[in-house]
Design a protein around this ligand. Structure first.
Ligand SMILES: C[S@@+](CC[C@H](N)C(=O)[O-])C[C@H]1O[C@@H](n2cnc3c(N)ncnc32)[C@H](O)[C@@H]1O
Length: 187
C-alpha cells in the first residue's frame, strides 16, 4: 500500500451543505462565464487526449472537455467529495458523455494507472490540499513524461502556491499566467 493510500485527507472534504452552496455559486458563475472550447484554447487540448480534471467539483468543465477530446479521448473527473461524483454522473447521463470516467479519490491515491494523462488540470483546489507533497507526487505519477499540468493557485497567493510546487523538486514551472502555472514533471 502506498503512502498516498495511507494518508487520510478527510478534513479536505467539505460538509455537504458547503458543497451544495459552492455548486450553486458555480452554476451562477458558469451562466455568466461559460466554459467553452475557446475559453480552453490556452490548454492546447487535442482530440484523443486523456485529461485528468483533478478536483472536478460539480463538473463545470466536464462537458466541454469531453467534446474537445472526442470519442478517442478520455476525461477522468476526480474528486474527494461523493456529491461531486454524483453531479458528474448526472452530467454524463444527461449529455451522453461516453468518454468521461468519474473517480472518487481516497487520500491522494486515484487508482488510475501510471502515466495515463496528456494533461492534468487542477483548478481552484490547490489551496485545499493539506499534503502538497503527496498530492504533487500523485499528479506526477499520473502524467505522461511529456504531459503538462495546469494548476491554479486557488485561494492562496501565487508565491505560496509556487513555493509548494518548487519545494516538491519534481515539477518545473515552465510558464506562468495570471490564471495558472503550467508545469512539466522532473524525472
Ligand atoms: C472549489 S472546487 C473547484 C471545482 C473545479 N475544479 C472548478 O474549478 O470548477 C474544489 C474541488 O476540489 C475538491 N477537492 C479538495 N481536495 C481534494 C483532493 N484531495 N482530491 C480531490 N479533490 C479534492 C473539492 O471536493 C471540490 O469539489
Amino acid at each position: 500500500m502506498s503512502n498516498n493510500t495511507l494518508f487520510s485527507n478527510e478534513n479536505e472534504k467539505m460538509k455537504n451543505f458547503r458543497f451544495r452552496m459552492m455548486s450553486f455559486a458555480y452554476k451562477i458563475r458558469d451562466l455568466f462565464k461559460p466554459v467553452t472550447p475557446t475559453s480552453l484554447n490556452k490548454y492546447s487540448i487535442n482530440s484523443g487526449d486523456v485529461i485528468i480534471d483533478y478536483g472536478c467539483g460539480p463538473g463545470s468543465y466536464t462537458k466541454t472537455l469531453s467534446h474537445l477530446v472526442g470519442k478517442k479521448g478520455t476525461i477522468y473527473a476526480v474528486d474527494i467529495h461523493p456529491l461531486a461524483i454524483k453531479a458528474v454522473k448526472a452530467k454524463i447521463d444527461k449529455n451522453d458523455l461516453h468518454n468521461v470516467i468519474p473517480v472518487l479519490v481516497n487520500g491522494y491515491s486515484t487508482g488510475i494507472e501510471d502515466q495515463t494523462a496528456d494533461k492534468i488540470i487542477a483548478f481552484d483546489m490547490f489551496h485545499m490540499i493539506e499534503n502538497p507533497t503527496l498530492f504533487l507526487d500523485e499528479l506526477r505519477r499520473l502524467l505522461k513524461r511529456d504531459g503538462k499540468l495546469f494548476i491554479e493557485n486557488g485561494h492562496q497567493s501565487r508565491d505560496q502556491a509556487k513555493a509548494k510546487i518548487q519545494s516538491s523538486n519534481i515539477w518545473r514551472i515552465e510558464l506562468e499566467t495570471d490564471k495558472f502555472m503550467q508545469c512539466t514533471p522532473i524525472f
